[in-house]
Design a protein around this ligand. Structure first.
Ligand code: 6PG
Length: 241
C-alpha cells in the first residue's frame, strides 16, 4: 500500500477551484474568530495577502462573498515589489483592485513601503502580535512570498521578521520587501494556494519533502490548497486513495 502523499509542513487538500476553497476557508476562519471574540474592531482579524495571479483570482472570489465583517479585518501583505504603489507590478495595486476597493466596509489595509526600512513593517507585525491567516503562493521554483531559493532573506536570523530581498536567479524581477520565515511563523494559519500545470514540478518537489522556501514554512497550522491540474502533474492522482 503506497504511503499517502503529503507535504512536510502541513495538510494537503486537493480541490476543484483553489479560489473558491480559499474564499470558503477565509470566511470560515473569520467567522470562527468573530464567534470566539478573537476579531473585533479594536483587535481585528489580521489577514496577510499575497501577490501573483493565483492570489488575484482568490481575492476576486473573496470579494464576491457577502456579509463578511470587513470592519473586523486588517489586511496586510506578505511581500511587495519595490515599484510605485500604482505600478501594475505592485502587489498592493492588485490587492486594492481585486479586494480592498470592492468590499464594504473598506477594511484597514497596511501595504509595505519600500522607502521605509524593513523594521518599519516588522513593527506593524509586532504591534499585531499574531497573524490570523497568512496567504502564500508557490512559484514554479518553489519560492513563496519573496523568499527565493538561494536568496539572503531565506537565511534571515530568527529575530528578523521582514527583510529586503532579490531573486539571485534573476527570474523574478524587482527588489522586494518580504516576510521572512520568522515573520510567516507568526501565523496561526498559513494557506498555500497552488493552481495550474506550471506548478506541478514545484509541487512534486514539495510532495517529495525536498528543501524549498515553501516547504521551510512553519506555523501553528499550514494548509495547502491544490487544484487538479497542479496535482495530477505532480503525481497526486492517487490522493485520497
Ligand atoms: C509575488 C508573490 C509570489 C507569488 C508566486 C505565485 O509577489 O510574486 O508573492 O510569491 O505568490 O510567485 O504566483 P502566481 O500565482 O502568479 O503563479
Amino acid at each position: 500500500m503506497a504511503e499517502p502523499l503529503s507535504v512536510p509542513n502541513g495538510e494537503l487538500r486537493l480541490v476543484d477551484d483553489v479560489e473558491v476553497a480559499f474564499a470558503d476557508l477565509v470566511a470560515a476562519e473569520l467567522g470562527s474568530a468573530v464567534a470566539e471574540g478573537r476579531a473585533t474592531q479594536r483587535a481585528p482579524f489580521r489577514l496577510v495577502l499575497s501577490g501573483g495571479s493565483t492570489a488575484k483570482a482568490c481575492y476576486t472570489e473573496l470579494a464576491t462573498r457577502s456579509g463578511l465583517p470587513w470592519e473586523r479585518v486588517e489586511c496586510l501583505v506578505g511581500d511587495e515589489r519595490c515599484v510605485p504603489p500604482d505600478d501594475p507590478a505592485a502587489n498592493q495595486a492588485m490587492i486594492r483592485a481585486a479586494l480592498i476597493d470592492r468590499v464594504t466596509p473598506t477594511p484597514a489595509f497596511q501595504p509595505m513601503d519600500c522607502a521605509q526600512p524593513p523594521a518599519a513593517y516588522a513593527e506593524v507585525l509586532v504591534e499585531a502580535g499574531h497573524l490570523d491567516l497568512v496567504h502564500l503562493g508557490l512559484g514554479p521554483d518553489g519560492h513563496t512570498a519573496s523568499l527565493f531559493p538561494g536568496s539572503a532573506a531565506l537565511e534571515a536570523p530568527p529575530g528578523r521578521l521582514v527583510d529586503r530581498n532579490t531573486d539571485p536567479s534573476g527570474r523574478n524581477p524587482h527588489e522586494r520587501l518580504t516576510l521572512t520565515l520568522a515573520g510567516i511563523g507568526l501565523a496561526r494559519l498559513v494557506v498555500f494556494t497552488v493552481a495550474g500545470p506550471e506548478k506541478h514540478e514545484a509541487l512534486a518537489h514539495a510532495l517529495a519533502h525536498h528543501d524549498l522556501p515553501a516547504t521551510r514554512v512553519r506555523a501553528d497550522r499550514v494548509v495547502w490548497l491544490c487544484d487538479a491540474s497542479a496535482a495530477l502533474g505532480a503525481g497526486l492522482g492517487r490522493v485520497g486513495a
